[in-house]
Write a new protein. Structure first.
Length: 170
């Protein structure tokens, strides 16, 4: 993915790619400074990570599973009447980007923990965690949404399993 570039993702400053590029190149330019032509080329071609970082990122799994749950970045796709287990998702990266209302409303199975979609965008009537606080962790019977908007002015949320102990930065 890094080798391909993706203009819609890498160019918006809020996504942090320009800041990441500048951290690797040693630039002291603030993020508010528009990218130079050379930086634009690096961003849009995906060539701004050192080789060892690309190798490390390529070695990481797209999902993880243990006794307490299945962990994905975004969600699961459906095949016919069932949601696919991540081991059956092709390409595997789909679990990093796939987000649908169908998933959060209709997934049934082993508990799945996901992010990528801010909890304020999830159906509040389905959350049993703190229904009176739409910015809080989102929990249904089979799914738990943890994206409380840390990168967009919200706060960071983490959970300790199996205790279901929640940590927040607010």
């Amino acid at each position: 993915m890094c080798e391909e570039g993706w203009d819609e993702f890498v160019l918006p400053p809020a996504h942090g790619c320009l800041a990441t590029l500048r951290s690797f190149t040693g630039s002291s330019a603030p993020v508010s400074t528009p990218p130079s032509d050379a930086e634009l080329t690096l961003l849009t071609t995906g060539k701004f990570f050192p080789d060892e970082v690309i190798t490390w990122m390529d070695s990481l799994p797209f999902w993880y599973e243990d006794d307490h749950g299945i962990y994905v970045h975004a969600g699961l796709p459906r095949a016919d009447s069932e949601f696919l287990h991540p081991r059956h998702c092709h390409p595997p990266a789909i679990v990093a980007w796939r987000r649908t209302e169908d998933f959060v409303r209709n997934y049934h199975g082993k508990r799945i923990l996901f992010g990528h979609t801010n909890v304020t965008l999830l159906p509040p009537e389905l959350s049993t965690y703190t229904p009176d606080d739409p910015a809080d962790l989102w929990e249904s019977e089979y799914a738990l949404g943890l994206d409380t908007g840390c990168g967009m002015g919200g706060f960071l949320t983490a959970i300790e399993l199996p205790e279901m102990r929640v940590f927040e930065s607010r």
